[in-house]
Design a protein around this ligand. Structure first.
Ligand code: ADP
Length: 494
């Protein structure tokens, strides 16, 4: 006999069902919104052209630099590409001093960044660096270095920029605690290059990198086989994807210069805002509450149902509702006022993974997590069971929604249109459509890929045949090796 709590949990879980029919419809709508975004600006999905017109196949060689200015740290790496899908990465990381985040001038921040690049080169590439210094005065190029001795650098800059070329982009606004008024509207690559030049470093900022594009590039270099990867997707704190589109399909104007040889360009979809209008996205009462309480109601509606930043909150809202109905934690004396359950966005999505992974009868691991993460002592097995049911439903819906994005892009890419079909039904290497993914959710949520695959088959144009051709692999370190690879492909464009 099922208890009222388990019945309630089942009822909530059912609200998070996302049927095959709905997946089918959403896939079609996703393609429509992709196509709209290729035609003009200001649509739901931004479909930003990245000016990256080639993806690697694993045979690339050389040493490249990459730097990453995220929120709190600045990372400098050098990447040696061995040309056989493997690479060696050397890196250093330093916290950005708080006073530089709010410096008076951009020069102060960018001089600090250039100084870190200099220190890195001296420490890890001393020999190369010194020999260039010696040669400097003997070469009559404007920089003082021979071009082949200049390190090409990919710059991952995780703030909103208006990209106008592969190594040109103006800062729209600062986020994450940075506030340097005189940098807004300026080309951040030029700011970095000026600071590098002031120190006479043998470094050229070759590419401005979006982390999703980095994911695509890194997977394309490291994936087995020679077919370049078609899509790089992130399922972490946020969610986004970048894919390879035919240049002829990008109908909106491209302001900057680019190399049209390949006939392709990587497009950053910004799919977090897919269907902000809620035409096909599922919406429970918990989705509504989450959105209302968010800093950006009505925006990033796909992301709010899919990414790590929000799944814990959906679970929290559902559990709090059961608590208010006096169904869950009935044996618990009291929930502390300071419990994450009482705090907006207080619950981390990692609890979903613990819940899904715990298959024991007494749910010991999940109960421990409830005690540690939710600060609820003595939760019963029944309580944990209800949480597992709901957490599973939220995770499964996120994976099925992810399939809508992945499936629609694979279909739109046209890669399924050709086949070397073997009679045996085996998928041959030539028919593989490779997809690179990154982020804690896809990496750690148990069976995320299985749930995603079940739904992929239902996306319009995919079917079982199409789904079997999709190979999904983890892409590591998009802001390191991915950025280096973008610097590499950018070189052909100077
Ligand atoms: P980022 O996207 O910021 O680069 P991650 O890929 O590590 O970093 O994603 C962090 C997000 O993933 C956080 O929102 C966190 O709640 C969530 N997360 C971390 N671990 C897990 C896990 N085991 N299962 C599900 N979600 C997780």
């Amino acid at each position: 006999m099922s208890s009222p709590l388990q019945e309630a949990a089942q009822r909530v879980a059912k609200e998070f069902d996302y049927s095959d029919d709905e997946v089918f419809k959403a896939g079609k709508h996703f393609i429509t919104q992709m196509q709209e975004g290729l035609l003009k600006d200001g649509t739901s999905m931004s479909q930003i052209p990245t000016y990256v017109t080639a993806v690697p196949n694993g045979t690339e060689k050389g040493v490249y630099l990459a730097v990453d200015l995220g929120g709190t740290n600045f990372r400098v790496c050098s990447i040696q590409l061995h040309g056989d899908t493997t690479f060696t990465l050397t890196q250093s990381k330093v916290a950005i001093p708080k006073e530089l985040m709010i410096a008076k001038t951009a020069v102060e921040l960018f001089s600090f960044l250039a100084k870190q690049i200099e220190l890195f080169l001296k420490e890890h590439h001393g020999e190369h660096f010194e020999s260039h210094l010696r040669r400097r005065n003997t070469v009559s190029s404007p920089t003082g270095y021979r071009d082949e001795h200049i390190f090409k650098l990919g710059f991952t800059f995780s703030f909103p920029v208006h990209q106008i070329g592969i190594n040109r982009g103006t800062l729209i606004r600062w986020t994450k605690g940075f506030d340097i008024a005189d940098a807004v509207g300026k080309d951040v690559c030029q700011l970095l290059q000026d600071a590098i030049d002031a120190l006479h470093l043998p470094v050229r900022v070759s590419a401005l990198v979006n982390d999703t594009v980095g994911t695509l590039m890194s997977r394309s270099y490291t994936s087995p086989g020679k077919t370049p990867t078609v899509l790089g997707a992130i399922f972490g704190t946020g969610t986004n994807g970048a894919y390879v589109e035919k240049l002829s399909n990008i109908k909106k104007g491209l302001e900057g210069a680019y190399d049209a040889k390949t006939g392709e360009m990587v497009v950053n979809t910004e799919w977090g805002s897919f269907d902000n209008e809620l035409t096909v996205l599922p919406t429970t009462v918990y989705d509504k509450d989450l959105d209302t309480a968010s800093v950006n109601p009505g925006i990033q509606m796909f992301e709010k149902r899919v990414s790590g930043m929000f799944l814990g909150e959906l679970l929290r809202l559902a559990v709090v509702a059961l608590y208010k109905e006096k169904l869950i934690f009935t044996d618990v004396a009291a929930i502390e006022a300071a419990s994450p359950l009482n705090t907006h966005s207080g619950v981390d999505s990692s609890i979903l993974s613990v819940a899904a992974a715990d298959e024991t009868a007494d749910l010991a691991a999940l109960r421990k997590e409830i005690e540690v993460q939710l600060a609820v002592k003595q939760a019963s097995v029944e309580d944990a069971k209800a949480i597992k049911t709901i957490a599973y439903a939220i995770g499964r819906r996120a994976a099925r929604l992810s399939a809508v994005a992945v499936g629609a892009i694979v279909v739109q890419s046209g890669r399924l249109d050709t086949t070397s079909s073997s009679a045996s039904g085996e998928v041959s290497e030539d028919d593989i459509v490779d997809v690179g993914v990154d982020g804690s959710l896809v990496e750690f949520y148990p069976a995320f890929e299985e749930h995603m695959r079940a739904a992929l088959r239902k996306v319009a144009g995919m079917g079982e045949q199409g789904e079997r051709r999709v190979r999904i692999g983890i892409a590591k370190d998009g802001s390191g090796v991915g950025a280096a690879l973008i610097a590499l492909v950018a070189e052909g464009m100077d």
